[in-house]
Write a protein that binds this ligand. Structure first.
Ligand SMILES: CC(C)(COP(=O)(O)OP(=O)(O)OC[C@H]1O[C@@H](n2cnc3c(N)ncnc32)[C@H](O)[C@@H]1OP(=O)(O)O)[C@@H](O)C(=O)NCCC(=O)NCCS
Length: 220
């Protein structure tokens, strides 16, 4: 069964995960696509990307939607016609959608060493101190996912991962943290949850409901 999991992230939000075991043909036969989606699919260079795209349509069906209920804005951000919020991520063998009554940004990232090398470019590396090699990789990848997730909510040109999005320091066991976006002379707070699915990190950000308990050390 390629649908791996449906999980409630909170009372307003569900996560749907697909493990992509099928061939392109199997997936293609199982979904109905709008013309615009078919054109996008045909334009994709890699079969892996195509399968990610198709498996997202399968996940939509699991959630009671289909490709006709999904549209994209000019920035590429997905929306549902019924007004619920959706965020989409796909990475190699997995795809995920999160559907919520709240604004939401979700990201799935494979654990790979390159993320550690890139860490100084996107995060406060003091948050990686005193960790085992395994935890260092996990935490750097979570932080990357945090930044992608917040970006997916905000969707604004000019946001820099390193200069504008700050995570509170957190332990991996907590599976949550606080984030502040400092951009355009405004501060905006986010609650983040994360967990691990095989060799992947899943991260999901929400606009924060509790503004007063951010304990991150920010650089600006
Ligand atoms: C848009 C972006 C967040 C996508 O993330 P990604 O890790 O490449 O890919 P994912 O699989 O996680 O997400 C892809 C999905 O994000 C969604 N998406 C694309 N643009 C989006 C946007 N502007 N806002 C919200 N969601 C968006 C789409 O649903 C897309 O999948 P689909 O087109 O097949 O439906 C990413 O490409 C991006 O632009 N990041 C910001 C770049 C940046 O500032 N980098 C800083 C480096 S220090």
């Amino acid at each position: 069964m390629p649908l791996l999991e449906i999980k409630a992230l909170n009372q307003n939000t569900s996560r749907y995960v697909w493990k992509i075991n099928e061939s392109f043909d199997e997936l293609f036969r199982s979904v109905a696509l709008r013309d615009v989606s078919l054109a996008r699919l045909e334009g994709m260079k890699s079969e892996s990307h195509q399968k990610g795209f198709l498996s997202v349509r399968r996940l939509l069906m699991e959630a009671g939607y289909n490709d006709y209920d999904l549209f994209y804005d000019e920035f590429g951000k997905p929306h549902l016609t019924d007004g619920k919020h959706i965020s989409i991520s796909h990475s190699n063998d997995f795809s995920v959608i999160v559907i919520s009554d709240l604004m939401v940004g979700a990201d799935l990232e494979i654990l790979k060493d390159k993320t550690i090398k890139l860490a100084p470019r996107f995060m406060d590396v003091s948050h990686l101190k005193d960790l085992s090699a395994t935890d260092l990789l996990k935490k750097a990848t979570v932080v990357w996912g945090i930044k992608e997730s917040v970006f997916k909510i905000k969707n604004e040109v000019g946001i820099s991962f390193k200069d504008h999005i700050f995570e509170s320091n957190f332990n991996l066991e907590e599976q949550q943290c606080k984030v502040v976006l400092k951009f355009n002379n405004k501060e905006e707070y986010f609650d983040v949850v994360f967990d691990f699915i095989e060799d992947y990190v899943f991260v999901c950000a929400f606009n924060s409901v509790s503004l007063n308990d951010f304990s991150g050390q920010t650089q600006s």
